[in-house]
Design a protein around this ligand. Structure first.
Ligand code: AKG
Ligand code: FE2
Length: 297
């Protein structure tokens, strides 16, 4: 059965403790108080963004993003920020704004938060924001640049499920992509038997909490309310940086070009490959009860 442990929540975690207990062992953690002196904590609300930046044009994504074909890895449309926020605040929409560089049009917002001091190597040019409505899902993926991510949650709640990089085969990693085929909230053990042996983490992030996701960690997110997040990313260490660069180049060249040449066949090849790689991790008995298993996750 899939095992999901709770992510640790720590208050007053020192740099030394963070490095020894989380960064070195590649383990996620939630900082409950990293944001305590940030003006953003109370200032950044949907209302604030609507009144201050409502006319900004923003690239909006829906779940078409991961489907094969012409819309693959592309945004669906541009909207006024104000209109996007109004739609997503109402909920039941899969529209999302992600990897949004809010700080290019609004550099003054950088004064409202601080980069963490528990590690080095922050990519200061690109603090990214993510917005979504109640019900929005971020499918299981890892970040292509292999950064360590500090994701701060604002306004509402978000359910997060994480898997370490060592578990990639068991969650049916789609080769040449940063995607996995599974839906961890309703695991289909008949279709994906190796999932029964996977171990990961889960949590529900709240306003003002900061989740540390170590490099190459798989993450899935389900917006339980309208909310948004600020992701601060660190690429400390040459290995992380060169691996990130390699990933970006190989994925874009191979995946994007084969998607253009032959979208269906390329998708089928990747899917088959993911099944082959998961095979060694399937339960050996070969028999696995279906149906009611969902209740135990
Ligand atoms: O919060 C989200 O919507 C997605 C966050 C994410 O994927 C990331 O920070 O890398
Ligand atoms: Fe991500």
């Amino acid at each position: 059965m899939m095992v999901l442990k709770q992510v640790d929540r720590r208050t007053g975690l020192t740099k030394k403790e963070f490095i020894n207990e989380y960064l070195r062992p590649n383990k996620p953690v939630i900082f409950t108080d990293m944001t305590k002196d940030w003006p953003a904590l109370d200032k950044w609300t949907a209302e604030f963004f609507k009144t201050q930046y409502g006319d900004l044009k923003v690239p909006v994504f829906s779940s078409n993003y991961s489907k094969p074909g012409p819309g693959y890895m592309a945004s669906d449309k541009e909207m006024r920020f104000k209109d996007f926020l109004e739609v997503t605040e109402k909920g039941d929409t899969d529209l999302r704004l992600f990897l949004f560089d809010m700080f290019d049009p609004a550099p003054e917002l950088r004064k409202d938060f601080q980069f963490p001091t528990v590690m080095k190597g922050f990519i200061k040019r690109f603090p990214f924001m993510f917005f979504g409505g109640k019900g929005a899902e971020v499918t299981m993926h890892y970040d292509i640049d292999c950064a360590n991510v500090f994701l701060t949650q604002f306004v509402g709640h978000k359910r997060v499920i994480l898997f370490p990089p060592e578990e990639s085969a068991k969650i049916y990693h789609h080769p040449y992509t940063v995607k996995s085929l599974i839906s961890p909230e309703s695991p289909d053990y008949d279709k994906f038997p190796a999932l029964q042996n996977v171990e990961g983490y889960e949590t529900i992030l709240k306003h003002g909490e900061t989740l540390f996701m170590p490099t190459r960690y798989w993450h899935y997110m389900h917006y339980l309310d309208f909310s948004f997040g600020l992701a601060l990313r660190s690429q400390s260490g040459m290995a992380t940086r060169s691996r990130g660069l390699f990933n970006i180049v190989s994925h874009f060249l191979v995946d994007k070009s084969l998607n253009i040449l032959s979208p269906k066949r390329w998708h089928a090849w990747k899917e088959n490959e993911a099944y082959q790689r998961a095979k060694p991790f399937e339960p050996s008995s070969g028999s696995h009860p279906g149906g009611e298993l969902n209740a135990s996750v």
